[in-house]
Design a protein around this ligand. Structure first.
Ligand code: NAD
Length: 268
């Protein structure tokens, strides 16, 4: 019998992504930007996908400055034509797509009795519908090569109910991502596609920083921190190891899994 431990490549080499082609939606800032940098550092060519042109181009420029091959793709992932263009643009430039991170998402705080159909629809179209239909476009390419890694950004809010703020639409959309990820992982496993999700806890991004600058936000942070065993929010860099692992061959036997990175919030 072959000795897999002795004959396989060294473990850190199996985390490398040299020459692989990746896209990250919502890559223009925050968590998506950190994911772009992580994948590029590990050797991937990275398409920074965002509806904000300046942000996408700025991050693509940051990657290029670190000698990574990069591309800014300006699309609105809620638009079906744009989703197709996103994948076509990557294929035109690099001829393949191995890793996709469906990360663009938004939150809103609203008491349930005040949520309008428009509020609900806006959240679902971006956080859930766009993640599924992006994955569908990406998988159509990956099944042709028989290998692909799809990583969705969910949230600890898909597991727990945040407090004190009310956010029923967001929580529901993120729980939907986690179960959709399991479902597609099962359906596409035989075609070589691995699909997993990452569930961050409270993470310090520009959006959260702005919120925390308000009096309401400050009191919110005072309520959140004692609920986090590590007693701090995540930095975006705390999430980078997970995306590289899930994108790499090191995780090839993992599919349908949700990696919770929340400083222990869900443990309590
Ligand atoms: P962010 O608002 O800082 O960045 C989101 C990016 O997505 C922006 O660059 C924005 O332009 C882009 N975007 C938004 N709508 C888009 C669309 N329709 N098409 C293309 N691009 C679009 O957000 P973030 O805090 O970095 O969050 C990223 C993901 O992580 C989201 O899915 C969010 O729900 C999730 N998340 C965030 C936190 C947190 O505390 N920040 C916690 C858990 C999960």
């Amino acid at each position: 019998m072959k000795d897999a431990v002795l004959e396989s490549r060294p473990i850190l080499e199996r985390f490398r992504l040299d020459g692989k082609v990746a896209l990250v939606t919502g890559g223009g800032q925050g968590i998506g930007r950190a994911f772009c940098h992580a994948l590029a550092d590990a050797g991937a060519r990275v398409a920074v996908v965002d509806m904000a042109r300046e942000a996408a181009e700025a991050v693509a420029g940051e990657l290029a400055a670190r000698k990574a091959e990069s591309l800014a793709v300006v699309v609105d992932v809620t638009n079906p034509d744009h989703r197709r263009q996103m994948v076509e643009t990557v294929l035109r430039r690099w001829g393949t797509l191995t890793i996709s991170v469906n990360n663009a998402g938004m939150g809103n705080w609203c008491d349930a009795e005040k949520v309008t159909p428009e509020d609900w629809g806006r959240i679902m179209r971006l956080n859930l519908d766009a993640v599924f239909f992006c994955a569908q476009e990406e998988a159509r390419v990956m099944v042709k090569t028989g290998y692909g890694k799809i990583i969705n950004t969910a949230s600890m809010s898909g597991h727990i109910v945040n407090t004190p703020q009310n956010q029923v639409a967001y929580n529901t959309s993120k729980a939907g991502i986690i179960h959709m990820t399991r479902t597609l992982a099962a359906e596409w496993a035989a075609r070589g596609i691995r699909m997993n999700s990452i569930s961050p806890g409270y993470t310090r991004t520009a959006l959260v920083e702005n919120l925390l600058a308000t009096p309401e936000g400050k009191s919110m942070l005072g309520r959140w921190l004692p609920m986090i065993p590590m007693n701090r929010m995540a930095e975006v860099t705390d999430l980078q190891g997970a995306v590289v692992y899930l994108a790499s061959e090191a995780s090839d036997y993992m599919t349908g899994h949700d990696m919770v990175i929340d400083g222990g919030y869900c443990v309590w």
